[in-house]
Design a protein around this ligand. Structure first.
Ligand SMILES: Nc1nc2c(c(=O)[nH]1)N[C@H]1C(S)=C(S)[C@@H](COP(=O)(O)OP(=O)(O)OC[C@H]3O[C@@H](n4cnc5c(=O)[nH]c(N)nc54)[C@H](O)[C@@H]3O)O[C@H]1N2
Ligand SMILES: Nc1nc2c(c(=O)[nH]1)N[C@H]1C(S)=C(S)[C@@H](COP(=O)(O)OP(=O)(O)OC[C@H]3O[C@@H](n4cnc5c(=O)[nH]c(N)nc54)[C@H](O)[C@@H]3O)O[C@H]1N2
Ligand code: SF4
Ligand SMILES: [Mo]
Length: 699
């Protein structure tokens, strides 16, 4: 074929940052394959990458602003849209105060360089405290633990998967998710490599997952009880003198306190509540502590639970007391070319906690935002600082935050709402104006966030493959325009100039980094493996690691109370957990035919013995009821889940009326978050508690 061209870029869909090699002619894509020369991903991709083509050609994607009118949605010009949005926001803030305009920013924000660079000035121009993001239905406990222990909310220890001898995975399913807060493309093969070099992989999960299939060992655990297991592991390690302070000896604060409190959690005491035997716990502790190197990795299933923050703290403690923090083969800190963490030395923005509380439920602020589980309360509860208008940016909170139905009602009651998004979907349908953006192949990409969490230090810039059309706007262009209208100040810089400005601070000087230089390296630049950086990298004032922060110690009281209250509620005998699928991405990629085709995926997984007891047959449609809602879906009988636990995948529920996502609507499924309860939180931080939502199941 004539004129076949090749484009190299990074996939922006999940955290793995896979390098892609795209063959195309004109605007026709011929193939999307893994880029074997990519400095990080070595040729790996997953099925979602090929859906970038579908996303580009998707007829349902919005290209021009839409305005809701009594006669339905009408296309309006950008000029008109900007005028009206700015005018409405200014008027509402004038009438009710700055905090009357709330915002919610979703997950694709962190995969989008434009939203990252132009989001902060926009939020500043808005000047509202009513800020919400997907963080509080996801990784907030990780940030919290990092802030309390290392002094910076973004200072995450990243498992050194390629050099470790033992990896303990709790509440993560990287064989499907491709890893999170740990950018490690081709995660599955990296796990297999641990086994090949004589090491071990152990998974702790209420479901026998795709990752469990790769592991040497799997332990079932009752949802929400991981903090007990971690404490018992720490108990055994202290009791048997298997600890190691390593090179951090003089920088560990609170060692004796940890040792003393772990005494209270002998394995036999927590066997019943976790469902893991004493022998297994002792063995796991010994294996972990006596491996030459080892690392514990706790992810979403550990964060979005009642004791999420305790879990993420204890994961760090476990790594630390076995000499596996800041060491090769353990967990290490990154040093990316654009170092957001390092830059805090100039800006002083290292994170904050509880500087103020939310108006209605008095939940703590974290780094400027409130827990999204209380967003609906803030919209519907009258009073000063009530939210009267909302801006959603790249977020779908109706499907992704607890009790989506309640939030729908709240959004419907607003005086004004604007959504910056690519679709008319479950959330944006409540907007008065939708400002559509470019996405995927139409956008340039430098990953500001995930280079920060990657298992190697690399840098890569991807140019846009296709030019946007005349009618389209980039996310950053929209935010820049709105910022200037709200603040009255013009920002003279565009995306590339802003990126160049940041690159000049890079610690890597060879080559001297700029967008132009990065364009000369289409497979990325490799700066090598992660290296020990402590204590210099710490942001605590005394350059020590805070092992036993009083907020965690205090929260143990809440945990201990659980030991007494163990009865299964009769009305709700099952614990509900979520799951992910290789061909889904949260709530918004079901409009690609190739990703949704095949057998029904939105099913309720249930253990065969539970199904037999209830007299259910496979594929039978059942009703699932929780404290807040009800859904109906087919069951899928399996032995790969704990008895008493059931699972519904996250991100479905496209049956709602009035949307413009035609393919997704044909594969609607049900929303897990029509069942989850916004009153159930990790109360230390306000992060949502999804794991173990109580439900009953009826024919
Ligand atoms: N029960 C339960 N709830 C969960 C989870 C769970 O496991 N169980 N997972 C949680 C997690 S980890 C997360 S991250 C959240 C996600 O929560 P959200 O971020 O609220 O939801 P997404 O499904 O990622 O929706 C992204 C939105 O961005 C739009 N979008 C996509 N690309 C672009 C773009 O380039 N520009 C713009 N402007 N818009 C774009 C999409 O159309 C969609 O509307 O959900 C959380 N909720
Ligand atoms: N294919 C695909 N990839 C994705 C996404 C996607 O939607 N699809 N989403 C992306 C996003 S936004 C994120 S945040 C990451 C998340 O990536 P992961 O952290 O890997 O999240 P999940 O795949 O939801 O896996 C969570 C695991 O926790 C288990 N679990 C639930 N409750 C508990 C508990 O109480 N204790 C323990 N020990 N385990 C529990 C669940 O059974 C599940 O196996 O994935 C990202 N990658
Ligand atoms: S694993 Fe993630 S980054 Fe890699 S191709 Fe799939 S969606 Fe893209
Ligand atoms: Mo996430």
């Amino acid at each position: 074929m004539k004129n076949v061209q090749t484009h190299f870029r990074t996939c922006n869909l999940c955290e793995a940052m896979c390098g892609l090699e795209i063959k195309y002619t004109g605007t026709t894509i011929l193939s999307i394959k893994g880029d074997k020369k990519d400095s990080l991903s070595r040729g790996h991709i997953c099925p979602k990458a090929t859906a970038l083509e579908d996303l580009y050609h998707d007829k349902d994607r919005l290209k021009t602003p839409l305005k809701k009118t009594p006669n339905g949605w009408q296309k309006i010009s950008w000029q008109e849209a900007f005028d009206e949005v700015a005018e409405k926001i200014i008027a509402i803030q004038k009438k009710y105060g700055k905090n009357a305009v709330g915002s919610y920013r979703g997950n694709p924000t962190v995969h989008n360089i434009g939203l990252m660079l132009f989001g902060a000035p926009f939020m500043q121009s808005l000047g509202s405290n009513q800020k919400y993001t997907a963080t509080s239905v996801d990784q907030l406990p990780h940030h919290f633990a990092a802030l309390m222990m290392f002094g910076h909310y973004m200072l995450f220890p990243i498992p050194d998967i390629d050099r470790t001898d033992f990896m303990l995975i709790m509440g993560g399913n990287p064989a499907v998710s491709n890893g999170s807060i740990m950018t490690a493309p081709d995660f599955s093969n990296r796990l297999k490599a641990i086994k090949k070099r004589g090491g071990q992989v152990v998974v702790v999960d209420p479901r026998f997952t795709e990752t469990s299939k790769i592991a040497n060992q799997h332990y079932y655990i009752h949802p929400g009880t991981d903090a007990f297991l971690l404490l018992a592991l720490i108990h055994v390690i202290f009791k048997e003198n298997l600890t190691s302070k390593g090179h951090l000896e003089s920088h560990l604060k609170g060692w004796e306190k940890i040792k003393a409190l772990a005494k209270e959690y002998p394995p036999e005491k927590i066997t019943e509540i976790t469902g893991i035997t004493t022998d297994a716990i002792v063995q796991l502790a010994r294996q972990f502590a006596t491996s030459k190197t080892a690392v514990c990795y706790g992810r979403l299933g550990l964060s979005t639970q009642e004791f999420g923050s305790l879990c993420q703290w204890l994961v760090n403690v476990l790594n630390c007391i076995t000499g596996n923090l800041d060491t090769e083969g353990g967990a290490l800190f990154t040093l990316p070319a654009i170092d957001i963490v390092g830059m805090s030395k100039m800006t002083g923005k290292t994170g904050s906690f509880n500087r103020r509380q939310s108006r209605v439920r008095h939940l703590p602020e974290f780094t400027g935002e409130f827990p999204v589980a209380t967003l609906a309360d803030e919209i519907v509860t009258p009073g000063e600082n009530q939210i009267k208008a909302m801006i959603t940016i790249a977020g779908n909170p109706v499907l992704s935050t607890p009790d989506g139905k309640r939030l729908e009602k709240a959004l419907d009651s607003l005086e004004f709402m604007v959504a910056i998004d690519i679709y008319l979907n479950e959330t944006t349908k409540y907007a008065d104006i939708i400002l559509p953006t470019t996405t995927g192949l139409e956008t340039p990409l430098y990953d500001l966030v995930f280079h920060q969490f990657a298992i190697k230090n690399t840098a890569k810039y991807s140019e846009a493959l296709f030019e946007k059309t005349e009618e389209q706007r980039h996310d950053w262009e929209i935010l820049k325009e709105l910022t200037s209208r709200l603040s009255g100040q013009e920002n003279p810089m565009d995306l590339e100039q802003t990126l160049n400005y940041m690159l000049q601070f890079s610690v890597y000087k060879n080559p001297k980094l700029s967008v132009a230089e990065l364009k000369n390296h289409p497979h990325g630049i490799d700066f090598g493996s992660l290296k020990p950086q402590l204590p210099e990298r710490l942001f605590t004032s005394d350059k020590n690691i805070e092992l036993a922060h009083e907020l965690f110690i205090k929260d143990l009281e809440r945990l201990n109370a659980k030991l007494q209250l163990q009865k299964t509620p009769e009305n709700y005998p099952f614990a509900l957990i979520g799951r992910r699928h290789l061909r889904s991405n949260n709530s918004w990629m079901h409009n690609s035919k190739r990703l949704v085709k095949g057998k029904e995926r939105c099913t309720l997984l249930i253990h065969s013995e539970d199904a037999t007891k209830l007299g259910f047959t496979n594929k039978q449609v059942v009703t699932v009821t929780s404290e807040v809602g009800q859904v109906r879906l087919p069951i899928e009988i399996t032995d790969a889940i704990m008895q008493g636990v059931v699972s519904i995948p996250h991100g479905w529920g496209h049956h709602r009326k009035g949307m413009g996502i035609s393919i997704a609507q044909q594969h609607a499924g049900v929303s897990l978050n029509d069942l989850t309860n916004p009153m159930r939180l990790d109360t230390l931080t306000g992060n949502a508690d999804f794991s173990g939502t109580r439900v009953r199941i009826e024919a």
